[in-house]
Design a protein around this ligand. Structure first.
Ligand code: AMP
Length: 128
C-alpha cells in the first residue's frame, strides 16, 4: 500500500505561498521555518519541497538530489541556530513524527530541530 499525498495540508499551502512562514533557510529542494508553536527556544521545521508524506516515503521515493539537499539543509539549520555541539552549542533533537503511533499532525514530511534547553527523555514511558 503506497502513500497518497494530501495537497491541502498546511505545509503544502506554505510551499505554494498561500500561508506565511518565518523562513530560516530555503534551498533548491527544501524549506526550513520556525514552528508556529515552539516547544523549545530553538524549534525549526525542515521540509522537502516535494510531495512526501513522511520520512519512510521520502527515503524510499525521493531522488538522490532531494535526499542530499534535505540532509544538508538540516545540517545548515543546526549550524544557523547554534545548536551544534562541535561549534559550542548545547546539542539538539531531530524528530520526524510519522503516522498514528508517531502522532504526526501534518501529513508532509517535516523534521523538528529542537534545542536551546535540556529536552528531557526521548519519549514518555506511558502512552498518553
Ligand atoms: P507533527 O505533530 O510532527 O505533525 O508537528 C506539526 C508541527 O507543525 C507542530 O509542531 C505545529 O506547531 C507546526 N505547525 C502547524 N502549523 C504551522 C504553521 N502554519 N507554521 C509553522 N508551524 C506550524
Amino acid at each position: 500500500m503506497g502513500y497518497t499525498y494530501d495537497t491541502n495540508n498546511i505545509f503544502a499551502k506554505i510551499l505554494r505561498g498561500e500561508i506565511p512562514n518565518k523562513t530560516v533557510l530555503e534551498t533548491e529542494h527544501s524549506l526550513a521555518f520556525h514552528d508556529i508553536a515552539p516547544q523549545a527556544p530553538v524549534h525549526v521545521l525542515v521540509i522537502p519541497k516535494g510531495p512526501y508524506v513522511c520520512l519512510d516515503h521520502f527515503a524510499q521515493e525521493a531522488s538522490d538530489a532531494e535526499i542530499i539537499d534535505y540532509t544538508r539543509a538540516i545540517g545548515k539549520v543546526c549550524e544557523m541556530t547554534g545548536v551544534q555541539p562541535s561549534q559550542g552549542g548545547q546539542g539538539f533533537r531531530a524528530i520526524a513524527n510519522t503516522g498514528e503511533a508517531g502522532v504526526q499532525e501534518v501529513p508532509h514530511l517535516h523534521t523538528h530541530i529542537l534545542g536551546g534547553r535540556i529536552l528531557g527523555r526521548m519519549v514518555s514511558r506511558a502512552a498518553e
